[in-house]
Design a protein around this ligand. Structure first.
Ligand code: FMN
Length: 179
């Protein structure tokens, strides 16, 4: 199978972010033809209509990456039962101006890790609404919610979760090819 380029956007921006660690596990355990790269969404300015028609170079670079990617993987923490503003800001930048929605029919999948029992279920529910509105080709199944306190340690994912991660990535690969 040809290599498929996946842009991973990570909503956790702290140095020791759980979700950055989850992304590292994705790269480490990937057995598919998916090739991952990421972009530091914390480097984007706040979206403003004042600059949307002439955005800074960093935004243009980001928009080009989204446009060229075969698919996107959104990896989100849960903030107050939703997803963090930094991720919404990145999504907004590629949704405008009208008629230039770069997310349209873009194959996409969601993942997330939180220490709590619901493992970002609330965050992903809100994120799904936005993805559907923007007409992303969102993989609905399988779902990936990681309760990190029982599934990860300082060395990464515990053995019991690695198999599921690999099945998830294989399903995503099949989804991208089918789209
Ligand atoms: C502002 C804020 C709100 C949070 N709200 C939730 C929440 O609703 N549910 C949850 O499970 N964890 C919540 N947490 C805990 C985060 O899941 C935890 O800090 C996690 O490590 C954040 O992901 P990150 O490490 O990738 O940045 C919240 C944390 C912050 C800072």
């Amino acid at each position: 199978m040809n290599q498929l380029n996946v842009l991973a956007l990570i909503g956790g921006i702290s140095k020791n972010s759980l979700n950055k660690r989850l992304y590292a596990e994705v790269v480490k355990h990937n057995t598919t033809s998916l090739s991952f790269q990421t972009f530091d969404i914390a480097s984007l300015p706040f979206f403003s209509q004042d600059i949307e028609n002439n955005p800074p170079e960093n935004v243009v670079n980001f928009q080009n990456l989204v446009q060229k990617a075969d698919a996107v993987l959104l990896i989100t923490p849960e903030y107050n039962r939703s997803f963090p503003g930094v991720l919404k800001n990145a999504i907004d930048w590629c949704s405008r101006p009208p008629g230039k929605n770069l997310w349209k029919r873009k194959p996409a999948a969601l993942m997330g890790a939180s220490p709590g029992k619901i493992g970002t279920f609330g965050a992903q529910q809100h994120l799904k609404n936005v993805c559907c509105f923007l007409d992303m080709a969102l993989m609905n199944q399988p779902e990936f919610y990681l309760e990190a306190s029982s599934s990860m340690d300082e060395n990464g994912l515990l053995a019991g979760s690695v198999g599921f991660l690999q099945k998830y990535l294989t399903a995503f690969e099949e989804w991208i090819v089918s789209e």
